[in-house]
Design a protein around this ligand. Structure first.
Ligand SMILES: Cc1ncc(COP(=O)(O)O)c(CN[C@@](C)(CC(=O)O)C(=O)O)c1O
Length: 401
């Protein structure tokens, strides 16, 4: 008998497990609207042209494979903080940001979770209801307690803003409030600029610590600056802020695992100490991060021509998704005689649409129509083509009623 008798079978991941089921499906009509990974109109993965150009540059230079420092590639850390806050942000000149290159968004969130567990014993993280499924795993495994603030209102298929504010206000002073910088996952519903001001007010009033997860900067609206406006608003108020970043979606570096954790601190002295302790946590966790993707980001951002080309490609990706949103809305509106209002599909932003389909209805989408989606009713429009919108609309209407 094995020594591992006690090890039971883990359930498939609610998001990544959907891709596994999709791969196993042999039906030619199958459609993967599960994982938030960008596909072209031909439903193929996309390596951005600027990424290929940056890699060719790197190959010509023949760079070495020496270990990076624990905190990552310096040129990347500089570029990522400037992208987030704006290169001319006085916070950067004052040296008040501790930036550590992390293993993409997930690894950066995890590093922050370990830091919170170590330096804020008893503190809790407040996460949106619903939120990205892996947030709960990350804080559970970091041994940081969490609870939820109201976010999605099924009645209005919109933001339950009053509920959100009330729950943040009711949390014990010094709670970490996890906020999606833009393109909320899974709802695709973002606060308005006025609502962000009020969210910042209540967080300041309660002396909470804002913790942004920025996984879609530039990918949501097509503008890097617009998508960072919520974070910059909080930073401009002089708050100390955690911000996790990811280049999986906006630069298509999914499997390169490129991201960062930024801690905006009240002084450069504090930032220096915070950075030193984040390094101390990273060293026994993975020692130092992978160099390839970080060099790609540094090269793209560091070269004005490549940087501008990246912005054009990002706008094109965001634009393609807006195009399928419109086509899906038109198809549903044309086919659905019930008069249901499907306009939430147009109002939502980013790569997801929260359809309101329940688990049984989502199962029907898969079992009968071979359309793969997460069981919370989320569909990734990044995996949808214009050509497939009619088919998807038929499946949604068949499953809804
Ligand atoms: C809000 C949010 N934060 C962090 C991440 C982490 O991404 P990274 O580790 O690759 O940087 C994701 C990715 N969420 C995806 C796109 C993929 C996933 O589940 O990992 C999703 O389908 O929701 C995300 O949606």
């Amino acid at each position: 008998a094995s020594r591992f008798e006690g090890v039971t079978m883990a359930p498939p991941d609610p998001i990544l497990g959907v891709s596994e089921a999709f791969k196993a499906d042999t039906d030619p009509k199958k459609l993967n609207l599960g994982v938030g990974a960008y596909r072209t109109e031909e439903l193929q993965p996309k390596v951005l042209d600027v990424v290929k150009k940056a890699e060719n540059l790197m190959l010509e230079r023949g760079e070495n494979k020496e270990y990076l420092p624990i905190e990552g590639l310096a040129a990347f850390n500089k570029a990522t903080a400037e992208l987030l806050l704006g290169a001319d942000n006085p916070i950067l000149q004052q040296g008040r940001v501790a930036t550590i290159q992390g293993l993409s968004g997930t690894g950066s969130l995890r590093l922050a979770g370990a830091f919170i567990e170590r330096y804020f014993p008893g503190a809790k993280v407040l996460i949106s209801s619903p939120t990205w499924g892996n947030h709960k795993n990350i804080f559970n495994d970091s041994r940081v307690p969490w609870s939820e603030y109201r976010y999605y209102d099924p009645k209005t298929v919109g933001l339950d803003f009053d509920g959100m504010i009330a729950d943040i206000k009711a949390a014990p002073e010094g709670t970490f409030v996890l906020l999606h910088g833009c393109a909320h996952n899974p709802t695709g519903i973002d606060p308005t600029p006025e609502q962000w001001e009020k969210i910042a007010d209540v967080i300041q009033e309660k002396n909470h610590i804002p913790f942004f997860d920025v996984a879609y900067q530039g990918f949501a609206s097509g503008s890097l600056d617009q998508d960072a406006s919520s974070v910059r608003l909080f930073a401009a108020r002089g708050m100390e802020v955690f911000v996790a970043q990811s280049y999986s979606k906006n630069l298509g570096l999914y499997a390169e695992r490129v991201g960062a954790i930024n801690v905006i601190c009240s002084s450069s002295d504090v930032a220096t100490r915070v950075k030193s302790q984040l390094k101390r946590i990273a060293r026994p966790m993975y020692s130092n991060p992978p160099v390839h993707g970080a060099r790609i980001v540094a090269n793209v951002v560091g070269d004005p021509t490549l940087f501008n080309e990246w912005k054009v490609e990002m706008e094109a990706m965001a634009g393609r998704i807006k195009g399928v949103r419109q086509k899906l809305y038109d198809s549903l509106s044309a086919k659905d005689k019930s008069g249901k209002d499907w306009s939430f599909i147009l109002k939502q932003i980013g790569m997801f649409s929260f359809t309101g389909l329940n688990k049984a209805q989502s199962d029907n989408m898969t079992d009968k129509w071979h359309i793969y989606m997460t069981k919370d009713g989320r569909i990734s429009l990044a995996g949808l083509s214009l050509a497939k919108c009619e088919y998807l609309a038929d499946a949604i209407i068949d499953s809804y009623y």
